[in-house]
Design a protein. Sequence first.
Lengths: 115, 111
Amino acid sequence: EAEVAQSPRYKITEKSQAVAFWCDPISGHATLYWYRQILGQGPELLVQFQDESVVDDSQLPKDRFSAERLKGVDSTLKIQPAELGDSAMYLCASSPRPSRNTEAFFGQGTRLTVV
Amino acid sequence: GDSVTQMEGPVTLSEEAFLTINCTYTATGYPSLFWYVQYPGEGLQLLLKATKADDKGSNKGFEATYRKETTSFHLEKGSVQVSDSAVYFCALTPTGNQFYFGTGTSLTVIP
């Protein structure tokens, strides 16, 4: 069964350091999402790609976060510099095309701890 | 704007008890509705979905019916098992272009 792949699963980094997460969506999925999930809360959208284009990054803290999906396939989310408040689970999801009949498929996430 | 409201947890039940987790939504138009489940340290997995009013989604003994008149999508299971212990998220998408999640309801089932 096809899955969304994320790495690393866990990351511990020091405050002010740079950190990057990688996501490989299900093959053929044009839409890719990055969500942040703070412990005890629901996922919140950071950025959404349609193919290689950003369609929504309104909630992405652009002073420190960046995301790219250069060839419209895999994607990288970067934080520089990391802050203590960035500790969270970062979830990648994908879907074939925007359709109200299709769910988002999630990866296992990257648990980030900033110390 | 579009949003989902879930009953707050945590919920603790004995094995074989009946489960209901309430979910109501606010949306323009006719959204699709979902229940996702998250096991500790894992990502979200789709549990069930419904794409139009009066549809019933079902999977693994869980059911939810899309009620437009009450803007609700309550999750039910007749007899829970220890393995059902997880966090459950209600979600909606108005157009498929954006997903909105509730805050999650933690369920613990004790033997």
